[in-house]
Design a protein around this ligand. Structure first.
Ligand code: TPP
Length: 315
C-alpha cells in the first residue's frame, strides 16, 4: 500500500546495495552518535549518571540522512530516543552530555535530561505520541506564516498504539499541513514485538487518511537522501503530510540494560549494522574516522565529567 514513486523520483534504495562512500562530515556524524551512545551506556553502568536513557544504536543513519534535507527554520520534534536527532541537528555533544549529566553548560540547564530538550526549533519529549499533535499545530502555523517550512516528527512503531496519533493524522490530512512523519520502525517497543500488537501496517494506516507513505529498508545515507529529497520537497510545496517509514534495528537495550531479545536475535541484527557494513566496504576511511570520533567522545566525556554540577542560578 506504500505510495508508488512518482515519475522522476529516484527509486527506493535497497538494503542489499553496498553503501555509497560517505563524505567525511557524514561519516564523522554517524560515528559521533555511535560513540556518544556507547559512552553513555558505560557512564550509566559505572554509576556516573542517574535516571534513564534510551540510545539510538543502530538507527544513527536516519537523522544523518535527513540532516541536509531539513533547514534550521524547520521544526524537529524528537522522542525518547532522541540523542541522534539532536546531535545531527546541532553537532553539540558537550551540551547534550552536560544536560544528561546535569553539569554546567547543559543545553537546557539540566532540567530536561536525556528526553526533554528544547533548543531553537527542536523539541523532544519522552511521552509517546505527545509530539505529533503539537507538530501538526506548528505545521499549521508554518503553512500560514512561513510557507515552505515544515515540521518533522520522529516516532517509533510502538507509538502507533497511541490514539492521539490518529487524531493528529486526521487533522494533518484535512488541513493539508507540511508535516513529515519519520517512523523509526525497529520491530519492538520496549519489550513488546510489534508483530504482536500492530494489526495491518503503518502504510495501511496512513492510507486510511489519504496520506502519502513511503518505506525503505536502506541504511545507505546517500541513497536515502537522494530518494527522500523530492518527497520532502513535496511536503513543503504542496503542502501536505507524508509518512516515511524506516525499517531499522535497535541494537542496544530499550534503555540501559533491559533487553529481552535472545543473543541469537541480537547477533542477527548486528550482522547488518551499518557500522559493520561500512567498515567492511571502506576499511581505511572508516578506521581513521572511527578512531577520531572515539577519541573526540572520550575527550568530551572527560571534560564534561569534570565540570561542576548545574547550579540553580544557571537555569
Ligand atoms: C504515553 C507513554 N506510554 C508509555 C511510555 C513508556 N515507554 C517509553 S518508550 C516505550 C516504547 C516505545 O516504542 P516505540 O514507539 O516503538 O519506540 P522505540 O522505543 O522502539 O524507539 C514505552 C512503552 C511512555 N514513555 N509514554
Amino acid at each position: 500500500m506504500t505510495t508508488p514513486p512518482r515519475p522522476g523520483q529516484p527509486a527506493q534504495p535497497d538494503r542489499q546495495e553496498p553503501p555509497g562512500r560517505l563524505d567525511e562530515a557524514d561519516l564523522a556524524m554517524l560515528l559521533l552518535i555511535r560513540h556518544f551512545e556507547q559512552a553513555l551506556l558505560r557512564l550509566f553502568a559505572d554509576g556516573e549518571i542517574d535516571g534513564t536513557t534510551h540510545t539510538c544504536l543502530g538507527q544513527e543513519y536516519i537523522p544523518v540522512a535527513l540532516r541536509p534535507l531539513l533547514g534550521s527554520d524547520d521544526y524537529v520534534f524528537s522522542n525518547h530516543r532522541g540523542h541522534g536527532h539532536y546531535l545531527a541537528r546541532f553537532d553539540d555533544p558537550d551540551g547534550l552530555l552536560a544536560e544528561i549529566m546535569g553539569r554546567r553548560g547543559a543545553v537546557c540547564g539540566g532540567f530536561g535530561g536525556s528526553q526533554h530538550i528544547l533548543r531553537d526549533r527542536y523539541l523532544s519529549t519522552g511521552v509517546q505520541g505527545e509530539s505529533l499533535p503539537v507538530a501538526v499545530g506548528v505545521a499549521r502555523h508554518l503553512k500560514a506564516a512561513e510557507p515552505g517550512r515544515l515540521a518533522a516528527v520522529h516516532i517509533g512503531d510502538g507509538t502507533w498504539g497511541q490514539g492521539v496519533v490518529y487524531e493528529a493524522l486526521n487533522i494533518a490530512a484535512l488541513w493539508g499541513v507540511p508535516l513529515l512523519v519519520v517512523v523509526e520502525h525497529n520491530d519492538i517497543a520496549q519489550s513488546t514485538p510489534t508483530r504482536t500488537q500492530l494489526a495491518g501496517t503503518i502504510a495501511g494506516r496512513a492510507a486510511a487518511f489519504g496520506i502519502e507513505h513511503h518505506a525503505t529498508q536502506a541504511r545507505d545515507v546517500a541513497g536515502i537522501r537522494a530518494w527522500l529529497a523530492p518527497v520532502v520537497e513535496r511536503v513543503r510545496s504542496a503542502p501536505r503530510p507524508v509518512v516515511v517509514e524506516f525499517h531499522t534495528d535497535r541494537l542496544g537495550p530499550h534503555s540501559k540494560g533491559d533487553d529481552t531479545r535472545s543473543p541469537e536475535e541480537l547477533d542477527r541484527l548486528r550482522r547488518r549494522d551499518w557500522y559493520e557494513t561500512y567498515a567492511a566496504a571502506y576499511p581505511q576511511q572508516f578506521a581513521a574516522a572511527d578512531e577520531r570520533q572515539r577519541d573526540l567522545v572520550a575527550e568530551v566525556v572527560h571534560e564534561v565529567s569534570a565540570r561542576p554540577p548545574v547550579a540553580w542560578e544557571d537555569r
